[in-house]
Design a protein around this ligand. Structure first.
Ligand code: 2NE
Length: 270
């Protein structure tokens, strides 16, 4: 793969090749913990990916082999949130979680090393997770005085069931890749040196499929779990398709031409 840098950032690397976008958290000195600026850059990259018609699948990963992401950077955790250069306390990773969920393209987490704390929730928010044999999964919130009671609870419970999700949060244990696979937390485990290749293979298999079918399926999974926001996503996709029909165009054209719309010419399907 010839990865092309799409945009230059400080804390992340955003590349693309052959219909695949690759977003890498690039802070290996802190096991790829995120600060507000890291998250702002991720949001910018994912917004670009959303509008980029040439991209169909995203691979998200951490720099190096030791960590996918170790959650919020505890060095910049302040009073009421994580504090960046603008001195505003933020939990902007929650915005990123929603963006990953709402992106009309699958996001694959490629996990080498630790996916811990807020980094664990990020992989939970991704559509698929492929782990290297050295991957370690877990939540640390109650140990470090934090928690993510949104997707960190709702989605995790859907994946592994409430008893296991409570164990993960209440005991803050670490789980290896095989344990994660057994509990339905991830999709596959591969040797570390095959993680990249395997993630690309999964992405390519998705890229062979109908983009609109994949888009609707992702929205439907979200509609099942995300309440009105999930329904809105599915409904928005339905509107997008409806706008492509002659029937919808007749409504718009009639308004602009100041005439009564003739919807009678469109048949009604069973
Ligand atoms: C991940 C873990 C278990 C790895 O342990 P180990 O022993 O392999 O590495 P070590 O030495 O702890 O980490 C290497 C370097 O990375 C830094 C460490 O301080 C260390 O730096 P130096 O001492 O070499 O200078 N580092 C690692 N994680 C960091 C972090 N999150 N913030 C800042 N520096 C970090 C072990 O490193 C670990 O337990 N890390 C902390 C995991 C954690 O508690 N994350 C925050 C959870 S809360 C959260 O993410 C959150 C939320 O709950 C709600 C909303 C938003 C975020």
């Amino acid at each position: 793969m010839q990865w092309e840098r799409v945009k230059e950032y400080t804390d992340i690397i955003y590349e693309r090749a052959e219909g695949i976008a690759r977003v890498t958290i690039n802070r290996p000195e802190v096991h790829n913990a995120f600060r507000p600026e890291t998250v702002a850059e991720m949001i910018d990259a994912f917004q670009h990916i959303r509008d980029d018609a040439s991209t169909g699948v995203v691979i998200m990963r951490g720099q190096g082999n030791l960590a996918f992401c170790s959650g919020g950077d505890q060095r910049v955790r302040g009073h009421g949130g994580y504090v960046g250069g603008d001195q505003i306390p933020r939990l902007n990773v929650l915005d990123l979680q929603r963006l990953i969920r709402q992106l009309p393209k699958p996001v694959i987490a490629a996990v080498a090393g630790y996916a811990i704390g807020g980094g664990h929730v990020l992989h939970v928010c991704c559509d698929l997770t492929i782990a290297a044999e050295n991957a370690v999964f877990g939540q640390t919130g109650p140990k470090v005085g934090s928690f993510d009671a949104g997707y960190g609870i709702a989605l995790l419970s859907r994946l592994v069931g409430q008893k296991k999700a409570k164990e993960i949060w209440f005991l803050c244990r670490q789980y290896n890749a095989q344990e994660a696979l057994q509990m339905g937390l991830i999709n596959a485990v591969v040797p570390l040196d095959r993680l990249e290749e395997e993630s690309i293979q999964w992405a390519k298999e998705i890229l062979e499929k109908s983009p609109i079918a994949i888009r609707f399926l992702k929205a439907a999974f979200n509609a099942d779990t995300d309440g009105a926001a999930g329904l809105q996503q599915l409904a928005g996709d339905a509107t997008m398709l409806f706008y492509m029909t002659d029937e919808a165009k007749e409504g718009k054209n009639a308004f602009l031409e100041k005439r009564k719309p003739d919807f009678g010419k469109f048949g009604r399907l069973p």
